[in-house]
Design a protein around this ligand. Structure first.
Ligand SMILES: [Zn+2]
Length: 289
């Protein structure tokens, strides 16, 4: 864990994804949670012990690695974009499905006893926003902002006075990018919009903190090369099944998956191509190519 500014802290070495929190005179606002229940409860205890009660938790989007930890913050108000709520139940039910619990016995046995535990009920977002939500907690201003891209409901948390931005999964810093649900052109637009914010420290959804805005352009370039690769497959007239067999050239995305996602590359390639193939096709028929 690292202190990033007067009030903000981040953690980028848990399994799967990143978290952070903001300490205010009116309690702690948490940003995201660890995906593994045992790490989520330890993270919660560490925050409460060192910084006081947690009052709010912001969910950046609906993917399981970002909302499965809600269960372990009982009684904490969860904040999210209004498009997240309809996806909450189906996502957490899949995340904690019987098949996945069987797998957890192998890959994460310390967490098994915490799943379906009465002390940890589901905790869907109850405070929903559409465009933005501005909080003033004591002397700390917190902007909860809609940056659609990685998902339609993607949410950033920005501290204008401390120049810290939590970017959700619009950014995978030096870590292989997941594009399984994105509108890639909208994601590029959102990353361009980030360039206009005064930021000293970015906390991406995955990968390490970064301090240099030039990475925003690098991320755009990676998304653009994914789009060009899949456009090439579509232009050759390949079906989706044929396109999925085409190996993804190593230079499309130069980074390996981060944070314990070892051996995830083939699966990420598969889900990225599936989504982008559909998006490219839809765009073609919309513009009548
Ligand atoms: Zn995600």
């Amino acid at each position: 864990m690292r202190r990033l500014s007067k009030s903000a802290y981040g953690e980028v070495y848990h399994q799967g994804s990143n978290q952070g929190f903001v300490v205010t005179p009116q309690g702690v606002l948490a940003v995201d949670t660890p995906e593994r229940p045992i790490q989520a409860v330890k993270w919660r205890e560490k925050i409460i012990d060192g910084f006081g009660p947690i009052r709010h938790l912001v969910n950046p989007h609906h993917h399981g690695d970002h909302i499965a930890g809600n269960f372990y913050f009982p009684g904490v108000e969860v904040i999210g974009h209004e498009l997240l709520l309809p996806l909450y139940d189906v996502t957490v039910n899949a995340w904690y499905s019987p098949a996945r619990l069987e797998r957890m016995k192998q890959i994460d046995p310390d967490s098994v006893w915490l799943v379906n535990h009465p002390a940890s009920p589901p905790n869907p977002p109850t405070r929903l926003y559409r465009d933005r939500l501005d909080l003033v907690l004591g002397d700390v201003r917190i902007e909860i902002l809609h940056f659609p891209g990685h998902t339609p409901e993607e949410t950033h948390v920005y501290l204008p006075d401390e120049r810290v931005m939590f970017t959700g999964d619009n950014i995978f810093y030096q870590s292989k990018i997941y594009l399984q649900d994105c509108d890639p052109w909208q994601q590029i637009e959102s990353i361009r919009r980030m360039e206009s914010y005064d930021v000293e420290v970015f906390v991406p959804g995955h990968g390490e903190y970064f301090f240099d805005k030039r990475y925003l352009q690098e991320e755009i370039t990676i998304i653009e090369s994914w789009i060009s690769f899949v456009e090439g497959l579509v232009k050759q007239g390949l079906s989706l099944e044929e396109a999925l067999k085409d190996p993804v050239p190593a230079d499309v995305d130069p980074y390996a998956p981060g944070q314990g996602r070892v051996d995830a590359s083939p699966r990420i390639n598969d889900i990225n191509v599936r989504n982008l193939y559909r998006r490219v096709k839809e765009r073609e028929s919309a513009v009548g190519v």
